[in-house]
Design a binder for this molecule. Structure first.
Ligand code: SF4
Length: 440
């Protein structure tokens, strides 16, 4: 949202959770800017404070409730300040939120952002609540406010039809809807014209994308034709929806980068069935084999949940074996957190928190070792890196991503600018980054 015009009410927006939420916040900013709002850098300077929230894990919800009660203190000093909760948590806890946080002026689910200006106008006495799910809402006509970086996240489809037993997403984000290729291409052309080099297509199951005759592979091929776009990524694909068209786009379109985040969740068939993931371990492994045959430079990451209801030690050992067998480049690992309103909620939570913690530590230790081993094999190799900015470690170093989405760190030499693609050689590695020298 513009900070230039300070005439309208000022909004401070804080975002929690996944990339979809970050992209949604850019849509919220665009909606409010159109309605005359401007943005505030700090909650203290705002007339409206909005938290865009995540409901995937209980811990995320607790964090937001803690933050809300901090912000409520600002409101007690300035009663005219409006405080609102957006996103998945608003949708998930709609029945109890206004009771738990009586100071809230506004509660809006992910399909209600278009109505935010009207809701803010109506939130004078009673809280404005709108958590209707809308099968038709894609926000296709609203160009999100991009943050000016070289990478832009573009929502290609919303919602999910998979209904994995542990997951709230289909209930809080509704059913799958894909955005028309023409609308996506218009947004991507605008982004490219503003200097964006890398497009990340988003969707809860992004490769379930379908619009008319276009599947996700066809969409990738169309995005690859946009001048100025140099790299294309997407997240997160579902293993069951990987098809020949997608693999073909990854092998024939050089802009589509050789990296896949392919959530597996468990290495035990029994647990995969209880989660209703729609594939077996053998099917997942043969998919990985097929992908690696087609795309030899492919890097893989995954999501894994430990301690799902009924997971015993042998199930957990099966997960460790799968992780070792596949050799992921990285993994996002989580303790199972029972979510109300999901199918698994009524099953219970048979694994103690202590045991979940123990399993998580063992899994993380294994994955760290594998990540390090895989990164060490990159020593001596050359990569093209898209320069993103200063490295976290400082010391006059810059950072960017390799095609495999690994963080490369290299010397900040005069003349290297953000958004350039440069060649680097890997000199050493940690589990999380490649330390590189510049190649002339
Ligand atoms: S595929 Fe499963 S885990 Fe992913 S968003 Fe859909 S229901 Fe949730």
């Amino acid at each position: 949202m513009s900070t230039e015009s300070q005439s309208g009410p000022r909004v401070y927006l804080e975002t929690y959770g996944c990339q979809m939420n970050i992209a949604d916040s850019q849509t919220v900013n665009a909606v409010l800017r159109r309605a005359g709002y401007s943005s505030a850098e700090r909650p203290e300077d705002a007339d409206v404070i909005l938290l865009n929230t995540c409901a995937i894990r209980e811990h995320a919800e607790e964090r937001v409730l803690g933050r809300l009660s901090d912000l409520a203190r600002l409101k007690s000093r300035r009663p005219e300040l409006k405080l609102g909760l957006l996103g998945c948590m608003a949708q998930h806890n709609r029945a109890t939120l206004v009771e738990k946080a009586s100071y809230l002026d506004l509660v809006a689910g992910p399909d209600s952002y278009r109505r935010l200006p009207e809701m803010l106008r109506n939130a004078s006495f009673d809280p404005a609540v709108d958590v209707r799910l809308d099968r038709g809402e894609t926000y296709a006509d609203i160009t999100p406010d991009h943050d000016g970086s070289i990478r832009a996240y573009v929502t290609a489809m919303r919602g999910c039809d998979k209904f994995c037993t542990f997951c709230v997403v289909p209930y809080v984000r509704g059913r799958e809807r894909s955005i028309a290729p023409d609308d996506l291409l218009r947004e991507i052309r605008e982004l490219a014209a503003r200097g964006v080099k890398e497009i990340v297509l988003l969707g809860q199951t992004v490769n379930a994308y379908r619009h008319g005759a276009s599947d996700f592979g066809a969409l990738l091929r169309m995005v690859a034709r946009v001048d100025g776009v140099e790299r294309i990524r997407f997240t997160s694909p579902h293993p069951s929806d990987i098809n020949d068209s997608l693999i073909d786009a990854m092998t024939t379109e050089p802009k589509v980068q050789p990296y896949l985040h392919l959530p597996v969740q468990s290495g035990s068939d029994r647990i995969l069935a209880a989660m209703d993931r729609g594939y077996t371990v053998a099917e997942y492994c043969s998919l990985v084999e097929r992908l690696r045959r087609a795309i030899p430079a492919l890097a893989l990451s995954t999501d894994i949940i430990v301690g799902f209801h009924g997971e015993d030690d042998s199930d957990f050992r099966a997960t460790l074996s799968l992780v070792a067998e596949i050799g992921y480049d990285s993994a996002f690992t989580f303790k199972y957190s029972v979510r109300e309103n999901t199918r698994a909620h009524k099953l219970g939570d048979s694994v103690s928190d202590e045991e979940k913690g123990r399993r998580l530590s063992e899994l993380i230790a294994l994955q760290e070792k594998i990540s390090l081993d895989r990164n060490l094999t990159n020593i001596g190799q050359l990569f093209k890196v898209l320069v993103e900015g200063p490295a976290r470690r400082g010391n006059a170093m810059l950072a960017g991503k390799t095609p495999q989405f690994k963080t490369a760190v290299f010397p900040a030499v005069e003349g290297i600018r953000v958004g350039a693609t440069i060649a680097v050689r890997v000199e050493s590695a940690t589990a999380h980054s490649l330390i590189c020298s510049l190649v002339a």
